[in-house]
Design a protein around this ligand. Structure first.
Ligand SMILES: Nc1ncnc2c1ncn2[C@@H]1O[C@H](COP(=O)(O)OP(=O)(O)OP(=O)(O)O)[C@@H](O)[C@H]1O
Ligand SMILES: [Mg+2]
Length: 235
């Protein structure tokens, strides 16, 4: 499976990406490719540039130098409106602290992602409900985030990220705020999604998450790729 994945179509390509914040260099000459069907884990010490990498790929920020392309489209060629559309339609993002809207129900948090990218309210709610069902939390559709457990919130966040069938799902410490059991459920969910073909890029401090879910590990140090390895996923 791993070797097949390595032959898949390139989803994301980074070429000589550098990112400076004032005097400090967050990413230094990073080149990598992610292919369709891969689940790539990114690990490395705090401050080594992992979140910066995800933000660049999501089009939330722009590199100081180098290029990033998604399915061959150079993000550098997009203006701000184009980047916002790209982010809504082609990328799904999951964060450590969920980033759900407190005054919307689980269903509306998910459906909103569809409406923001141009789908009707009706279509969006229909797909949101299907996704909540697939992720095992349809019975919580009317709950506000404050009344959900951490694991349930993260599943809502994953459903939201999947609304627009993203080419790439980016996850930044998706289990970082969860207890062992809820974290385990989110790990299973990510593994299932990848088995169904979803391409993943997961930043984590948790070696178990990388071992369990990822097909490839990329280790960063000081803004650079220090090591890369193919993982043999257990089971
Ligand atoms: N918006 C910003 N303004 C200034 N410096 C920043 C900004 N974002 C990140 N940095 C700096 O860039 C470097 C990389 O930060 P980044 O958040 O990517 O690290 P990280 O690997 O995600 O760390 P952690 O594991 O703690 O989340 C750090 O030195 C950080 O201080
Ligand atoms: Mg980070």
């Amino acid at each position: 499976m791993t070797s097949e994945n390595r032959n898949g179509q390139v989803v994301v390509r980074l070429d000589g990406v550098r990112k400076e914040f004032g005097q400090s260099v967050a990413l230094d000459d990073v080149s990598m490719e992610i292919r369709e069907g891969e689940a790539v884990a990114v690990m490395g010490p705090s401050g080594c540039g992992k979140s910066t990498l995800l933000n660049m790929i999501a089009g939330l920020d722009r590199p100081t130098a180098g290029t990033i392309s998604v399915h061959g489209d150079d993000l550098g060629a997009l203006n701000e409106t184009g980047l916002a559309l790209f982010r809504r339609r082609r990328i799904g993002m999951v964060f450590q602290f969920f980033n759900l809207l407190d005054d919307l129900t689980a269903l509306d948090n998910v459906a909103l992602a569809g409406q923001l990218s141009g789908a009707s309210a009706r279509e969006s709610r229909k797909r949101a409900l299907e996704l909540l069902g697939e992720l095992g939390i349809a019975d919580r559709k009317g709950n506000y985030p404050a009344t959900l457990s951490g694991g349930q919130r993260q599943r809502v966040a994953v459903a939201r990220a999947l609304m627009n069938k993203p080419a790439l799902l980016l996850a930044d410490e998706p289990t970082g705020a969860l207890d062992r059991e809820s974290g385990g459920q989110v790990m299973e969910l990510l593994l299932d999604l990848n088995r169904l073909g979803q391409t993943l890029l997961i930043v984590t401090h948790d070696p178990r998450l990388a071992q369990h879910c990822a097909t490839r590990l990329v280790e960063f140090e000081d803004g650079r790729i220090a090591r890369e390895s193919i993982l043999e996923r257990v089971a």
